[in-house]
Write a protein that binds this ligand. Structure first.
Ligand code: ATP
Ligand code: MG
Length: 356
């Protein structure tokens, strides 16, 4: 069997603690199931800065480019607040996203039955919730030019951000959303604001054309992004896959995250384009939470987001769907037994980890 090459970048803060739990799963899968994972390790963020003076070394970048998938913990912390901007911890993640061309950011919002009460909504609105938000990650207003602040001279300044999308960028992100929908509920809702934005008009046209051409078996709806945000809070279970641009995706995925409870639960994946020869995509998997310096080193961090990120890796990078399902089921089982970290603690549950 061909090796499955993983690069582990645990990073800073609680990153290494969370990654340690995934290492146990990888070791188990290799021993018990002959899964053939070959892991390599690298430094990213503050820990890379301390060792090499850069947020990620060229050597580790090369490893990331050749790995089948990258597992990323978290970066940053007060120790590196004053390091130069170009080498700040977050620069490591941005470099990875850019050089691996990870244009599709996937954020599932799953509500585990045992945690339905932890949602900011009524339990009946979110129990069984299973949404996947597909956010365009490398274009749009975050990168469009011009991007300036100009002094107008009369005590006034003018700030300009520019939303730019080309057809190919919308085609490839919508293709990812349709492909993923086929493996789930077979429904996609595309969100933009075509009523006020030209980029929204093009977005709508290209998603519609891509659907007609290659994915007409998938059900497609369109919503204006503001109405979509409202619907996400009013009746979240109506959605299966949501596809949207960089800015709306940033906001809508945070809204969806809070439907489900804690930050410590949420995984993410960032995917690149399929290789022309092998069809394999570059991919990076990371928890949505940050390095949580306030609890780092105490052994109380919730490892579920990192473990669920590895489940996404099994599913999307290695097509190990059964194994991914089993890992997600194992998470649900642990929660059903009332075993909790502090961030998702509720009455009658048993807390793991040492608390000071
Ligand atoms: P970043 O800027 O890197 O995204 P942040 O400041 O937004 O980081 P986090 O580092 O994610 O935020 O932490 C926010 C809060 O959530 C902290 O109080 C932290 O302790 C808590 N938290 C984050 N992740 C976890 C986790 N896995 N388990 C328990 N608590 C967590
Ligand atoms: Mg944050």
């Amino acid at each position: 069997m061909t090796a499955r090459n993983l690069l582990l970048l645990p990073g800073d803060g609680i990153g290494p603690e969370a990654m340690a739990e995934v290492r146990k799963i990888i070791a188990y899968m290799n021993e018990a199931q002959g899964a053939g994972f070959v892991t390599d390790e690298g430094l990213v963020g503050g820990s890379a800065y301390d060792a090499h003076g850069a947020a990620i070394s060229e050597e580790d970048m090369a490893k990331a480019l050749s790995a089948d998938a990258v597992l990323f913990g978290a970066v940053g912390g007060p120790k590196w607040d004053d390091v130069p901007y170009e080498v700040r911890p977050e620069a490591g993640l941005l470099r990875l996203r850019k050089d691996l061309e990870l244009f599709a950011n996937l954020r599932p919002a799953i509500c585990y039955p045992a945690l339905a009460n932890a949602s900011s909504l009524k339990p009946e609105l979110v129990e069984g919730l299973d949404i996947l938000i597909v956010r365009e990650l490398t274009g749009g207003v975050y990168f469009g030019e011009p991007k300036t602040i100009t002094d107008l001279g009369n005590g006034q300044k003018r700030a300009i951000d520019t939303q730019v999308y080309d057809t190919y960028e919308i085609e490839r992100i919508s293709a990812v959303a349709f492909e993923l929908a086929r493996t789930r509920g077979n429904r996609v809702c595309s969100m933009e604001k075509r009523n006020v934005m030209k980029s929204g008009v093009l977005w709508n046209q290209v998603v519609t054309a891509t659907h007609k051409e290659k994915f007409s078996d998938v059900k497609l709806d369109h919503m204006l992004a503001d109405a979509g945000g409202m619907q996400l809070v009013r009746a979240p279970k109506q959605f299966d896959v949501i596809v949207t641009d960089n800015l709306f995706g940033d906001m809508l995925s945070d809204v969806a995250a809070m439907l489900t409870g804690s930050l410590g639960m949420l995984p993410s994946a960032s995917l690149g384009a399929p290789d022309a020869k092998t069809g394999k995509r570059k991919a990076l998997y990371e928890p949505v939470h940050g390095s949580a310096p306030d609890i780092a080193g105490k052994g109380i961090a919730n490892p579920i987001a990192m473990i669920a990120s590895f489940a996404m890796c099994l599913r999307y990078s290695f097509n190990m769907v059964t194994e991914a399902d089993r890992l997600e089921k194992a998470i649900a089982n642990v929660l059903d037994q009332g075993i909790r970290t502090g961030d998702i603690m509720a009455d009658g549950c048993r807390q793991v980890g040492t608390v000071e």
